[in-house]
Ligand binder design. Structure first.
Ligand code: G4P
Length: 529
């Protein structure tokens, strides 16, 4: 019905380790989309990014953004939705959940650093979903690691085959440009001139060797011709089907800061990546085009207005068209309702939407009825999308409530905050709500918890850090007698609020030991709600 609108949408997340250049690359994308006039105004670290999400006092105090946002812009006939995945200290479970709303991912890697910790974690979530992953190896204008070694590292560390779409000619001061393997042409590099979008680029067919030598020099030309032979012989053949199933990652080299290779990347990426993907529901696969409106909640943003405990629920539209004011069904709540104040983000501004399509993300006012993973569909329909997994926290603390008279507020507060998905709460097996252990993906969430309990629920707590770093859900919990599991000395048995057993470990190697000692035990890093 809305085929044209839906098929022009591309919804993706950018994943990277802090400082690899994600923000700079996003700025350059927006520049091509005409969404902003001057690169640098997306984040400007202290300004625009905050205008988007300075909802919580803590964000202002700390000068960081706790939330992730969505940017929409048009380019070359496409409607692009970029999901920002927060890094630095504000890394949280939301960062992972955002990936559940994306149809593909762009992985930005610093050419002098290679695969780093946070990229590895985010990559795992993308790989679990088998979504297409595109690699942009950034900062080629600085001295880079060996190209072959970089590709090797991605293949070995992340377990995905790579296929270079372009190939760098030198790096740092000797960076001459990239060779486009499709067009069999070299695009020469020159730094940007101040205030302009990009530097001057010449396009030289690789067959015209004399000209190539003249432009990039004999040494670079010899190396390039040798390397072309090597990669044509050794690297994986490009296969779109494998790309779209996340088995093969197309790799691009460039420099976001100098805007070199960015438009080339964007063009190839938009061609190669998928239109909004069909999503799994309990009644089968829901096709985005042939079905009426449906969506699922992937993120809840709390406390936009302290007086009202307002929340915003972010939904990914999975099928059909959304009209402001239309009646929809909240399946888990069993209620027909109108979604109020639906909003979308355009570059750095928030605005009310009248209509949106499969692939888009909208934020709606939530009076406290939605939970993460909930399904919204047409009133006549009744199905649930596959839930969003719970991601393994990496930091744990025991919570001590300071004023025992406020037990009720404490239990209510901590449960509500857990429901929004900012933290996960666990108990020692058999201890009830007396002993609560909180698990978070990023340590900032501990502060958020403390701050919110104090400010919203008037409850003071003390957090005692625990040494655990690894948590595993027991995949085959019905087949295993948890009380009889033999573990290592650093292992602790806990349960979540639904009574699912979990194991905590201080050391990662203990996970392997426990698997070895208990035959048939299956552990997983992703919990299911
Ligand atoms: P992030 O969002 O992934 O954390 O990275 P961000 O874009 O903020 O980039 C981190 C730093 O790396 C920035 O420098 C940025 O200018 C620089 N950078 C990004 N892409 C390139 C590139 O292609 N080449 C070079 N040479 N540098 C690049 P900064 O000094 O930390 O910040 P700023 O003061 O420039 O904002």
């Amino acid at each position: 019905m809305y085929e044209k609108e839906i098929n022009k949408r591309r919804t993706f997340a950018i994943i990277s380790h802090p400082d690899a250049g994600k923000t700079t690359l996003t700025e350059k994308f927006l520049l091509y989309g005409g969404a902003i006039n001057l690169a640098g105004s997306v984040k400007g670290k202290a300004t625009a990014r905050h205008a988007v999400s300075d909802w919580m006092e803590i964000e202002k105090e700390r000068g960081i953004s706790v939330t992730s946002s969505v940017l929409q812009f048009e380019y070359d006939g496409y409607c692009i939705n970029i999901l920002d995945t927060p890094g630095h200290q504000d890394f949280s479970e939301d960062t992972y959940r955002t990936l559940m709303a994306a149809d593909s991912a762009v992985m930005v890697i610093d050419a002098s650093k290679g695969v780093e910790a946070q990229t590895r974690k985010l990559f795992k979530v993308c790989a679990m979903r088998k979504i297409p992953i595109f690699t942009f190896i950034n900062k080629m204008d600085r001295d880079a690691n060996d190209t072959f070694e970089l590709l090797d590292e991605i293949e070995k560390e992340l377990g995905v085959a790579t296929c270079p779409v372009n190939w760098p000619i030198g790096s740092g001061k000797r960076f001459k440009g990239v060779y486009d393997r499709n067009k069999k042409a070299v695009m020469t590099f020159s730094d940007t001139e101040k205030g302009t979008k990009e530097g001057h680029t010449d396009v030289l067919p690789v067959d015209d060797e004399d000209k190539l030598r003249e432009f990039i020099g004999d040494e670079a030309c010899d190396t390039l011709l040798e390397e072309i032979e090597l990669i044509d012989g050794a690297s994986a053949e490009f296969n779109l089907d494998e790309v779209q199933h996340g088995e093969l990652s197309p790799v691009f080299f460039g420099s976001a800061l100098t805007n070199f290779g960015v438009e080339m990347f964007l063009k190839y990426f938009l061609e190669m990546t998928t239109t909004p993907l069909a999503r799994k529901a309990d009644k089968g696969i829901i096709d985005p085009v042939t079905n009426d409106f449906s969506a699922f909640v992937f993120k809840i943003q709390a406390n936009m207005n302290k007086a009202h405990r307002d929340r915003i629920a972010f939904m990914r539209i999975c099928s059909g068209r959304f009209d402001a004011g239309m009646e929809v069904k909240h399946v888990q709540g069993g209620r027909v309702m109108r979604l109020s104040q639906p909003q979308q983000m355009m570059a750095d501004a928030r605005h009310v939407v009248d209509e949106a399509y499969a692939g888009d993300i909208i934020g709606v006012f939530d009076p406290g009825v939605f939970s993460i993973g909930d399904t919204i569909c047409m009133p006549g329909e009744n199905f649930e999308y596959e839930g969003i997994p719970t991601f393994a926290p990496e930091h744990f603390a025991r919570v001590r409530q300071l004023d025992t008279m406020k037990r009720k507020q404490f239990v209510k507060g901590i449960n509500q905050i857990a429901q929004e998905g900012a933290i996960q709460i666990f108990q020692e097996i058999g201890s009830g709500m007396e002993e609560i252990i909180v698990g978070v993906v990023g340590v900032l969430q501990f502060e958020v918890l403390k701050y919110r309990l104090e400010n919203e629920y008037n409850v003071d707590i003390k957090l005692e850090n625990l040494p655990y770093e690894h948590i595993r859900w027991i995949e085959n919990k019905d087949e295993v007698d948890v009380s009889r599991l033999t573990g290592t000395s650093d292992m602790k048995k806990i349960q979540d609020l639904k009574g699912n057993p979990l194991l905590l470990f201080v050391n990662s190697w203990s996970v392997g030991m426990v698997l070895e000692r208990n035959e048939g035990l299956k552990l997983t890093e992703f919990g299911r709600n």
